[in-house]
Design a protein around this ligand. Structure first.
Ligand SMILES: [Zn+2]
Length: 512
């Protein structure tokens, strides 16, 4: 039996229900209801009082005469308990670890009256505007437990299984054996990326395995549609890949943002809220650094999520903002490009671009034909200037990495290899310049790119390194090269220029 993912109460087993809130993103959580005779157990309340009131009205209408005697809060996130005041007469149960957070945290105060020093992340602002946090009277559980607890609901028995800390300090699964149903709270997010608040991620993976071992084929996640076990396996695979990638990236010296940008998204590319990867990598990094989970460090990461969205083009948005001009239009333009080396027009025999149709980047800039005609000689001059090709490509790759331009990266790993960069060198481009194994000259070059992209000026010490190696003409060329490819990256990312068809397999090793 498939349950449609529509707003409202759905019967998912005998006297067993899910209350679903599409699309499951920030604040749109699911709840559950287990009924026996005139008694019922409610799994979770919702993010605010109006939403919870609506849900309780829907339940009362569908099941007249049924009283909610017991409420279980799966964990301490507000979207699973901030409606508790409407069921305050019931026995409200949570794990002791979750109840402690609910009693002690002051997140509502922080949201409603943020101190001047607190930079409210955009996503949190958005939630404050969408939901009614002002009218909430926090109502923590009045019963708690650790480990496992069996609860009677009329004639039925419901099992509560503590699996936290994982998503939060005190996550609980609610297993209804006689219906083959499990409510997982936020141990499962379906259709979107999860949020790892506390970890450890290993316990979260264990919790997925426990769900797979339960006698339950109908599974209600904390967010998203009702599912079966196949989706649980896919979710567990996601956590494992995220963990492995974070560990490797941490060892290689990548920042959490760089690690987030380089996660292989195959299989997860259509999940919502990909910017949560920043939070999740950050959580695994905290674990690896033995740092405790603290709200302010997580909030700081939340403030970086828009940077991820702005700088990450993988998974690439599939629609360009400005479409490339057609091949015929570009062919017409090419008469005006006479004298420009064939290399730039992609039919030079030596180049990895040889024999390719006009590149999407040129066909996009071709929307302004006069500008394209003016720009082409500059690109051509830079491509055959005084800086050796290997070093030119090293600088361009670092620009691609620093600016997060997937297009520039994908092209220039190929051009760079043809110009003499080894595979190992290309793999090192995204790493910390100080830690990776470069010659002094290469290191000065890479540092110069970083400084120019960040501040538009090369520091004295880096300049010394460059000047020891390059002529004055080469130094001028380098400054123009970095500036030009930064400009190109801005055009590529803003216009969402799509990778050329022949770039079939995204190469690994970098960002974006
Ligand atoms: Zn939630």
């Amino acid at each position: 039996m498939t349950t449609p993912f529509t707003l409202g109460l759905h019967e998912i087993g005998a006297d067993t229900y899910a209350y679903l809130q599409p699309n499951g993103t920030w604040g749109y959580s699911n709840a559950g209801l287990v009924v026996s005779g005139d008694q019922a157990l409610l799994v979770d309340t919702l993010f605010d009082v109006p939403m919870t009131r609506t849900m309780l009205e829907v339940i009362a209408q569908a099941l007249p005469g049924v009283t909610i005697n017991t409420v279980v809060n799966t964990h301490s996130d507000g979207d699973h308990w901030w409606g508790n005041e409407l069921v305050a007469d019931a026995t409200i149960i949570a794990s002791e670890a979750a109840a402690k957070v609910m009693r002690e945290e002051n997140l509502l105060d922080l949201l409603n009256t943020p101190p001047a020093s607190f930079q409210v992340p955009p996503i949190v602002n958005h939630m404050s505007e969408t939901f009614d946090f002002k009218s909430i009277t926090p109502t923590p559980p009045n019963r708690s437990f650790s480990g496992e607890l069996e609860v009677a609901v009329g004639e039925r028995t419901v099992r509560l299984i503590e699996v936290g800390p994982a998503h939060t300090p005190g996550d609980v699964l609610i297993h209804v054996p006689d219906a083959g149903v499990v409510y997982t709270g936020d141990i499962l997010f379906i259709g979107g990326h999860p949020v790892i608040h506390t970890g450890p991620i290993a316990r979260w993976i264990d919790a997925c395995n426990l769900i797979l071992d339960l006698n339950a084929d109908t599974i209600v996640p904390g967010h998203g549609p009702v599912i079966g076990k196949a989706e649980v396996r896919a979710f567990r695979d996601y956590l494992e890949r995220l963990r492995d990638h974070a560990v490797r990236s941490h060892r290689a010296g990548l920042t959490a943002m760089q690690a987030a940008q380089t996660l292989d998204m195959a299989g997860f590319a259509n999940w919502d809220d990909p910017d949560r990867i920043v939070l999740n990598i950050g959580a695994v990094y905290r674990e690896l650094d033995n740092e405790p989970h603290e709200a302010h460090s997580e909030m700081a990461l939340m403030g970086c999520m828009h940077t991820y969205t702005a700088t990450t083009t993988y998974p690439a948005p599939t629609e360009p903002r400005i479409a490339p001009r057609s091949r015929a239009e570009m062919a017409a333009l090419s008469t005006r490009l006479e004298g420009i080396p064939a290399k730039l027009l992609a039919d030079d025999g030596d180049s990895p671009l040889a024999g390719r149709p006009v590149l999407n980047v040129l066909a996009t800039i071709g929307n302004n034909p006069d500008l394209m005609v003016a720009l082409a000689p500059l690109l051509a001059q830079l491509a055959m200037g005084e800086i050796p090709g290997r070093e030119r490509e090293l600088a361009i790759l670092r620009v691609a990495h620093r600016t997060g331009s997937a297009y520039e990266w994908e092209h220039h790993i190929r051009i760079g290899a043809a110009a003499g960069l080894t595979e190992a060198e290309i793999a090192r481009v995204p790493l910390d310049v100080n830690e990776a194994d470069w010659s002094d000259a290469d290191r000065a070059l890479l540092r110069a790119v970083d400084e120019l992209v960040a501040d538009q000026i090369v520091s004295a010490i880096t300049w010394q390194g460059l000047a020891a190696h390059y002529s004055t003409a080469q130094l001028i060329e380098l400054l123009a090269l970095v500036g030009t490819y930064t400009t190109i990256a801005g055009i590529l990312k803003t216009c969402r220029v799509q990778l050329d068809d022949w770039v079939t397999e995204p190469a690994t090793g970098n960002a974006a």
